[in-house]
Design a protein around this ligand. Structure first.
Ligand code: AMP
Ligand code: MG
Length: 287
């Protein structure tokens, strides 16, 4: 299967980064590179190489989807403000054919969305057959800011973990491989990134004054994240902690998780649904 050793990795990323291996988020080192032995230069070179592997696997997934295979992959990205979710979409999503992606970002729910249950907008965005879906934030927001600020009563948000598990089981049963990643940035690194956003005119657009208020709830967010891992990590829809202070590592790690997920599908090129010999003969006779 896919468990042979990967270049640079002493242990597969999917194992080294799984929340069951990393320990609690509150003690997690956002500078670390679990399972990986290499520096930035090596990591960046490797990402280019592994990106080609990912691109080939993505094409295989897409081809199978076109041929009627119902399978897809969903990458769920969570993380505090400035953790680099957008960078993952751009730099890892950017390694493959954009036609094969289904990218969806989830912001504060609209009035219409609030009229429905919290999974309504999520269900509409799950990747179709043959695609790699990327959620930049997700249904987990409904147990993150919603829990931290009690945007709905505890009696309501506390029931969502089970609803999320049921929803994800349904997705998996329908052929979607679910990979969940929490990008972990340290408080110091977040300050540095917020500072940079105010120093560069080309970064103002990313600055949100509300991020400073949310930072005041750092420990509550860590607790809310830990509750998610404790209640919604399982072998069918595993959670990974991605150290995100080093952007090059976060990108490499997520790329490797996607490769691992796609390899496990053991896809082959779809067989021709036409008579190859007959078509060759027809093409040979074209003038
Ligand atoms: P950004 O990802 O920077 O565009 O910010 C999106 C904002 O929407 C963040 O502050 C999220 O916490 C917030 N958000 C996303 N989903 C929800 C939700 N279900 N309930 C409350 N806030 C949310
Ligand atoms: Mg933001």
């Amino acid at each position: 299967m896919s468990r042979h050793r990967k270049p640079g990795w002493g242990e597969p990323a999917a194992e080294a980064l799984r929340v069951t291996s990393t320990g609690p988020i509150a003690e997690f080192d956002a500078e670390s590179t679990p399972g990986f032995d290499g520096d930035k230069e090596f990591g960046e070179t490797l990402l280019a190489e592994r990106g080609q592997v990912l691109a080939d696997l993505q094409e295989l997934l897409y081809a199978n989807g076109r041929a009627g295979d119902n399978r897809s992959v969903l990458l769920v990205l969570q993380g505090m403000d400035t953790a680099g979710k957008g960078g993952i979409v751009r730099h890892v999503g950017g390694l493959v054919d954009p036609q094969g992606l289904a990218i969806k970002g989830f912001g504060k729910p609209t009035e219409e969305e609030l009229e429905h249950d919290f999974l309504w907008r999520i269900r509409k965005a799950v990747p179709p057959a043959g695609r790699i879906g990327i959620f930049d934030r997700s249904h987990y927001e409904d147990v993150l800011p919603v829990r931290v600020h009690n945007l709905v009563p505890e009696s309501e948000w506390s029931g969502r973990y089970e609803l999320i598990n049921e929803f994800e089981s349904e997705l998996v049963a329908a052929g979607t491989t679910v990979i969940k990643c929490a990008l972990v940035v340290s408080k110091d690194e977040q300050k540095a990134r917020l500072t940079e956003r105010l120093e560069r005119t080309d970064k103002y657009w990313k600055y949100n004054p509300g991020d400073i208020d949310e930072r005041g709830f750092w420990d509550d967010y860590l607790e809310a994240y830990q509750a998610i891992f404790d209640k919604t990590d399982n072998d069918d829809a595993p959670w990974h902690l991605i150290p995100a202070n080093k952007k090059w590592f976060a990108r490499l790690a997520v790329c490797e998780l996607l490769i691992d997920a796609l390899e496990k599908l053991e896809l082959n090129w779809p067989k021709a649904d036409f008579d190859v010999e007959a078509e060759r003969a027809r093409v040979a006779e074209l003038d």
